[in-house]
Unconditional design. Structure first.
Length: 84
């Protein structure tokens, strides 16, 4: 039987920059990722030619360290820096 309280379900403290995108924390990492994708899709920030790339708006640039475009795999690494 799987543990009920895995690392992904542990509530994390969210930085101010990330909170502007996903809302105030604490929340589990899995919920942060879900809300991040809701934000990306709502604001049409996914590159239509290459759906793995995310085009950052002003709020996401703060989370992505100033980068204009990141791929979805790099995105999770950059978001981790805003969770503690």
């Amino acid at each position: 039987m799987a543990k009920e309280n895995s690392a992904f379900m542990k509530p994390m403290v969210i930085s101010e920059e990330l909170a502007q995108v996903v809302g105030p924390g604490p929340m589990p990492r899995s919920e942060v990722v879900k809300k991040l994708w809701v934000y990306i899709k709502k604001n049409e920030l996914q590159d239509p030619q290459n759906k793995r790339n995310i085009k950052a708006d002003e709020n996401l640039k703060k989370v992505f360290g100033g980068k204009e475009v990141v791929n979805m795999f790099e995105m999770t690494k950059l978001v981790s820096k805003h969770l503690s």
